[in-house]
Design a protein around this ligand. Structure first.
Ligand code: FES
Length: 322
């Protein structure tokens, strides 16, 4: 989708569009920031059944979770040969294995003897040994050992390798696809690879991982964290310097994005803050307190924050520039 081809969405807020905000910025971003996709499905209501029905959940399992690329872990979770990571989704369990210094494989996580779960938690192991009767597989999935082999004269060891699934690596993330004949991860991601290239995810690491189990369909939780419609009611203090309802949502083939305009007031605000008031709000300066940073005459918060942000992030993006 080129900049010229992108249509303008209907049903938007009366405030400036994200593209208009970019036009007023001094430094121009990459072209894809100017792209804008229409609402593919209009504004028709989404059936509630998609969020609560067992039948729809079963369809998601069958046609999505069993057939699509999904992030399972980071490469730094399995740095050494023999490191394994257990990834579970719905009623499926997969085993991600560092099988060689630069090789990662993934298998359905069950024993090919009687189907017991092969590995129950992420660990390091020289081989993959089933805890039930000790059938054992090499890290490359080939069958290595059959106990009391004389009792199994009928089996062909070459046919009892672990069942592998597709593995894709991007930016330090390890993806799996239970359907190994699907398209490559790179083709699946499409333009997202280009959009995120400047962030060099391959140089990042997990510093903390916080998890919580919700008794809800995954879309309920996901959508609560990816829209800014709730800002005015839930985080009203941010309205002074966040164009919440001017957020632009775009749908690409297999990914979507949300562009939140920072450094501009919410169109829902009943007064117009100055650039200094927006900065004070960002720095949590309260009524009666002195501004700790005073913007130069004519400077905007967006421009000022962008300069400060670029200076702070430059060493992380390019360590040689520090
Ligand atoms: S179930 Fe795994 S070795 Fe028998």
């Amino acid at each position: 989708m080129s900049v010229e081809e992108t249509p303008v969405s209907l049903n938007r807020s009366p405030g400036p569009t994200y593209r208009q905000i970019l036009d007023s910025d001094r430094v121009k971003p990459a072209d894809h920031f100017y792209e804008e996709s229409p609402y593919f499905s209009g504004t028709d209501p989404i059936p509630v059944s998609r969020y609560i029905s067992r039948e729809f959940h079963e369809l998601e399992k069958k046609y999505m979770w069993r057939t699509t690329w999904q992030m399972a872990c980071r490469e730094e979770h399995i740095p050494a040969v023999g490191d394994t990571f257990v990834y579970e989704i719905c009623d499926m369990s997969f085993l991600i294995v560092r099988s060689a210094p630069d090789e990662i494989r993934a298998y359905w996580n069950f024993c090919r003897h009687r189907g017991r779960q092969l590995v129950s938690q992420s660990t390091w192991t020289p081989v993959l040994r089933c805890p039930f009767h000790s059938f054992t597989w090499n890290l490359d999935g080939t069958l290595a050992y059959v106990p009391t082999e004389w009792d199994f004269p009928h089996i062909d060891k070459d046919e009892l390798g672990l069942l592998s699934v597709g593995v894709g690596r991007w930016g330090g993330f390890v993806f799996i696809n239970p359907s190994p004949n699907g398209e490559s991860l790179e083709d699946y991601m499409g333009e997202m690879v280009e959009h995120t290239a400047p962030w060099h995810f391959e140089t990042r690491f997990v510093e903390a991982h916080v998890a919580k189990v919700f008794n809800a369909n995954w879309k309920i939780v996901e959508e609560a964290f990816m829209e800014s419609f709730h800002v005015a009611a839930t985080h009203p203090q941010q309205m002074v310097r966040l164009g919440d309802v001017n957020t632009q949502y775009d749908c690409y083939d297999n990914f979507s994005r949300a562009l939140h305009p920072s450094g501009v007031p919410s169109p829902l605000l009943k007064w117009t803050p100055t650039e200094q008031e927006m900065l004070d709000n960002m720095l949590d300066i309260r009524e009666g307190e002195e501004s700790i940073i005073v913007l130069p005459e004519g400077e905007t918060l967006r421009s000022f924050a962008a300069i400060v942000g670029r200076d702070q992030l430059r060493p992380a993006r390019d360590p040689n520039s520090a």
